[in-house]
Write a protein that binds this ligand. Structure first.
Ligand SMILES: C[S@@+](CC[C@H](N)C(=O)[O-])C[C@H]1O[C@@H](n2cnc3c(N)ncnc32)[C@H](O)[C@@H]1O
Length: 268
């Protein structure tokens, strides 16, 4: 039996992959047997991990609404994932119809499906890119054609920095974006932190992710704040994702193992 038509050429369907596993945990269809089995193994090791993915996605939506509410009209979403519920351009353009969104991901399925759903949207693009090579993203012709870096830009780093090992210096990566951005720009992130009471479960999941191309590197809240030290963290600070400006209508279970922050670039 052939592969579905949405599968880009050359995709490895024998190794689980973070983008497709995340898609499956959110109820998406752009994943393979190997990803589904992996997600189910992770869920057995850490019951509640699917809710964690949903909570991260809800936080992403709240952060984009918050930023659009402040008048931010441009978004650079790196590690954007496979499009699913509540994509950044949908949330932002519901508030600002000509809000511009550049999606960047290392995963070919994420990029291909993003391009597919963005066809006909003049204000959004998707490119293949690696967060560990910020200069290439910032110099990419499609990014430069869409985003105006003389105006504020929101850099979204949602559930992606914990795929960047210390050896790749995630702080220096964020600083490169900081240098490219004008004051009034923002960075919004979510990041896995050591899970305390759930440390054993988290260790099992970290071991599982070593089977994927992107191992997980959790960092303490102090280290996560250190990654964005050029920015001013806005209220309520760096907090568990479910505590970041929660929607009073939601009753999501607390998620103390992934923290969130939104931070502003102030004038020098
Ligand atoms: C857990 S998903 C998060 C998706 C989305 N940001 C969200 O929060 O809903 C992590 C994404 O980061 C991507 N990713 C991992 N390492 C990356 C890198 N070095 N550069 C770009 N994307 C990366 C994966 O392919 C995956 O799509």
């Amino acid at each position: 039996m052939g592969l579905p038509e949405w599968v880009p050429e050359g995709v490895d369907i024998t190794t689980p992959n973070a983008a497709r596993v995340y898609d499956y945990t959110l109820g998406g269809f752009h994943n393979f047997q190997v990803d589904r089995e992996f997600a189910e193994e992770a869920q057995r090791a850490w019951p509640g991990i699917y809710q964690l993915a949903h909570a991260n996605r809800s936080y992403l939506g709240r952060a984009v609404q918050f930023l659009a509410g402040l008048g931010v009209r441009q978004f650079l979403d790196i590690g954007s994932g496979i499009p699913t519920l509540g994509n950044v351009h949908e949330v932002a353009q519901a508030m600002i119809p000509d809000a511009r969104v550049a999606y960047v991901d290392i995963d070919p399925v994420a990029v291909a499906h993003s391009r597919h759903i963005l066809a006909g949207n003049p204000h959004a693009i998707a490119i293949s890119g690696d967060l560990r090579r910020p200069d290439e993203i910032l110099a990419h012709p499609e990014v430069l054609g869409l985003l105006d870096f003389s105006e504020p830009v929101a850099l979204l780093l949602m559930a992606v920095l914990h795929f960047v090992p210390d050896d790749d210096d995630p702080g220096a990566i964020v600083r490169q974006f900081d240098e490219a951005a004008v004051s009034g720009s923002y960075v919004a992130l979510s990041h896995g932190i050591p899970a305390g009471a759930q440390a054993d479960a988290q260790d099992q999941v970290k071991t599982l992710y070593q089977r994927t191309p992107t191992a997980i590197h959790v960092r303490t809240p102090e280290r996560v704040v250190g990654l964005i030290d050029g920015f001013t963290v806005v209220e309520p600070g760096l907090v568990p994702i479910t505590d970041w400006r929660p929607d009073p209508e939601d009753d999501e279970p607390p998620q103390p193992a992934v923290f969130a922050a939104v931070a502003r670039k102030d004038p020098a």
